[in-house]
Design a binder for this molecule. Structure first.
Ligand code: KG4
Ligand code: ZN
Length: 350
C-alpha cells in the first residue's frame, strides 16, 4: 500500500520539539512496543535550553535512538504502517530535524507520515489504552502545565480543542525554574524546589496569588516571582536552609492555589466535562496533584494525571496522537507539512 493509505501497521514516532530526544513504537491498538527518551544534558552548563545546541543534539542522537527503539520493538522497519513526528509548536531547529528524519523514513518505506501537534499529543495522552480505567472519553478538561506551556483546554473531540485560558507571562514550570535559580538550586528547578519545599513551612511567607479570585481561566506568575525575589532580598544573607525551604514551600503553595483557582473557573466554564486531566512536567508535583485532586472531588469530576514519564515530553504520546488520527481515517499528506514553531491547538482542522 502506498503512503496515501494506512495499512493498519505499527507507528514509529519521533519527539524533538524541545530538549528531550525521544522515539516510540506503538501497535495499532495503542500497545507500547518500545519507547526511549534521552534528556539532553548538553544544556546543564547554561541553566536553560539553548535552541541551537538542542537542534544539534537531536541530530546527533536521533539516528541511534531510532535504530535502538525499532530493535527493542521487535519489528522490522518493513512492518511499520506509519511514521509520525512532532511538527510544532516548539524550537524550530529540533522540529526540522525530527520531521525531516521522519519524512525520509516514511518516504523510503512508502507509508504515511503524520505531522503531529505536540500540544494535541499532550492533550490525548490520557486516552492511551490502559491508562485510565474505562478509558478517557471526550469531553474533558485538560490542564497543561510544563516549562513551555500553561493552559486550560476543553478537549471536546478528536481535532476539536478550545483554549479556555493560558498564561499571560511565564509558564508554571518556567516560574519553578526561575525561583529555583534564585534559591541556588540546579536546573531544571521544579523537582529540586519540590524537595526543598518538603522541609519548609508554607505559612511563613504569605505570597500573592495573581489573578486568583478574578473571572476567567488565564494564569499569571510574574508577580509571584517578583514577590519571591523581594522576600529573598529582605532575608539575612547568606540564606539559611530553613529560610530557603520556607520560601520554596510558600511559592509552591501559591502556585498550587493559582492553578486550582483558574482550573476551578475552567470547570465552571465546561459543565459537560466529567474528567480533569493534568499533563506536563509540573503535573508531577505532589502538592499540585493533591490540590487538583481535592478540587476535582469538590467539583464531582474524576482527576487523572498520566504517569510521570508520559507527563513530560515523550514520543509515546506523539505515536498515540497519530494513531487517533489514523484510526479515524483523518490525516493529510504529512510530507507537505511544514514544521511550525507556533501552532495553536485550536487551529487543528477537523
Ligand atoms: O513537560 P516538560 O518535561 O517539558 C516541557 O517544558 O515541555 O516540563 C518541564 C518543566 C520544567 O520547568 C520543570 O522544572 C517542571 O516541568 N517540573 C516540575 C516538577 N518536575 C518537573 N515542577 C514542579 N514540581 C516538579 N516535581
Ligand atoms: Zn511538552
Amino acid at each position: 500500500m502506498g503512503r496515501d493509505g494506512w495499512n493498519g501497521g505499527a507507528v514509529l514516532a519521533i519527539e524533538s520539539s524541545c530538549d528531550e530526544t525521544a522515539c516510540a513504537v506503538l501497535a495499532a491498538d495503542g500497545a507500547i512496543l518500545a519507547e526511549t527518551v534521552l534528556s539532553q544534558q548538553e544544556h546543564l552548563p547554561f541553566g536553560g535550553v539553548v535552541p541551537e545546541i538542542a537542534a544539534r543534539a537531536h541530530l546527533a542522537h536521533l539516528p541511534g535512538l531510532l535504530t535502538r527503539t525499532l530493535r527493542d520493538s521487535g519489528l522490522e522497519a518493513a512492518a511499520l504502517g506509519a511514521v509520525a513526528a512532532s511538527a510544532g509548536p516548539g524550537l524550530i531547529g529540533g522540529l526540522i530535524v525530527g520531521s525531516t528524519l521522519g519524512k525520509g523514513l516514511a518516504l523510503s518505506l512508502g507509508i504515511p507520515f503524520v505531522a503531529v501537534n505536540h500540544l494535541e499529543a499532550h492533550a490525548l495522552t490520557a486516552r492511551l489504552p490502559g491508562l485510565v480505567p474505562g478509558g478517557a472519553p471526550f469531553p474533558y478538561l485538560l490542564l497543561l502545565v510544563s516549562g513551555g506551556h500553561c493552559q486550560c483546554v476543553a478537549v471536546e473531540a478528536l481535532g476539536r480543542y478550545r483554549r479556555l485560558g493560558g498564561t499571560i507571562d511565564d509558564a508554571a514550570g518556567e516560574a519553578f525554574d526561575k525561583v529555583a535559580k534564585m534559591l541556588g538550586l540546579g536546573w531544571p528547578g521544579g523537582p529540586a524546589l519540590e524537595r526543598l519545599a518538603a522541609r519548609g513551612d508554607p505559612a511563613v511567607h504569605r505570597l500573592p496569588r495573581p489573578l486568583a479570585g478574578r473571572p476567567g481561566c488565564d494564569f499569571s506568575f510574574s508577580g509571584l516571582k517578583t514577590a519571591v525575589a523581594n522576600r529573598l532580598a529582605s532575608l539575612p544573607a547568606p540564606l539559611s536552609q530553613q529560610d530557603a525551604a520556607d520560601l520554596a514551600a510558600g511559592f509552591q503553595h501559591a502556585v498550587a492555589d493559582i492553578l486550582a483557582d483558574r482550573v476551578g473557573n475552567a470547570l465552571d466554564a465546561m459543565p459537560e466535562a466529567r474528567l480533569l486531566v493534568a499533563a506536563g512536567g509540573v503535573a508531577a508535583n505532589a502538592t499540585i496533584r493533591s490540590r487538583l485532586t481535592g478540587l476535582a472531588d469538590a467539583s464531582g469530576v474524576a482527576f487523572v494525571a498520566p504517569p510521570l514519564r508520559l507527563c513530560t515530553d515523550n514520543a509515546t504520546m506523539v505515536a498515540w496522537a497519530a494513531l487517533e488520527h489514523l484510526r479515524a481515517g483523518r490525516y493529510g499528506d504529512g510530507l507537505d507539512a511544514r514544521p511550525r514553531p507556533r501552532w495553536p491547538l485550536d487551529e487543528i482542522a477537523a
